[in-house]
Design a protein around this ligand. Sequence first.
Ligand code: SF4
Length: 370
Amino acid sequence: MSVWDGFKDAALGRSLVERIAERLDALGATERQPVRLMEVCGGHTHSIFRYGLATVLPPALEFLHGPGCPVCVLPMGRIDDCVAIAEDPRVIFTTFGDAMRVPGSRKSLMQAKADGADIRMVYSPLDALALARRNPDREVVFFGLGFETTMPSTALTVLRAEAEGIANFSLFSQHVTIIPTLKAVLDTPGLTVDGFIGPGHVSMVIGLRPYRFIAETYRKPFVVAGFEPVDVLQSVWMLLGRIAEGRPVIENQYGRVVPEDGNQRARAAMDAVFEERERCEWRGLGSIDRSGVRIRDRYARFDAERRFSVGGAVVADPQACQCGEVLTGTLKPWQCRLFGNGCSPETPVGALMVSSEGACAAWYQYGGAR
Ligand code: SF4
């Protein structure tokens, strides 16, 4: 099967690859001195591996896989908190399926379920709220995780719970925010990145304005991109153009979905329910100030962290795990000493091996990319 079989428009894909090669040549990029672009979002990481993009692009282009997969950056301590809540016999603990296999220091949610905890997979926080309505004698907790993509639906669910007076529903928030994360990446010592493929779904909510500092302060171009292979290729081509011009700007390749100003209603719901968290722990990256959100005092009764007195425990990653270096683009997945050597999708040591959007899992499944 050819790489091009995965494209809806293979001719357009081929033409973009040729034009990218021309721009790389004009820049004088080589395999030894490549142009290095970071895709921030796990969805793009998945697209790059799934469609074999790096195999059809010249070696003078290098993709760095960024920290935009929320499951991949779930710290052990937060999984331990989830397990502690879920093991309370009063609780029905609900979560997206992706989080089930992320290792904690004692066990994953999957193992806790096997040990008897009432843990159920849901597709939306509203499913968890419906469970709370149907089970008034149980405490239903929803594990809210993700960037600004999923945060609005969680916030709206809390607002709905309040409006309906549902007392047995609460939220355990591990929501994180993209801008402090990008700043942390840009400030990573020793990391060279020439431009960014920006997240499509997060940008639907926050719009383009919050990224301006990347062009103004760090002088890097940033193109918000869609997830089809030609979207990613076109974004690469646009970034190379801005690099050649020496003109770092924020651009929107995904205009069919991402409005320049984002979604004001979604942002209003997030602002109503959440406030910045002073310290936020990330798997592999340590603590990044104000990079996550907690529930405002006004909605404290829906805050599982306060209701079950958990949160704040910092648990070190396993010593041999190199997720942090992969997340900041300083190490390729296969260069981790545990890759395929104790860490695999069946037995993940790090969270990057759990989600299909994780660089390690994507490499393991599809391979063949640089
Ligand atoms: Fe982390 Fe496993 Fe990937 Fe190593 S191979 S970086 S431990 S997920």
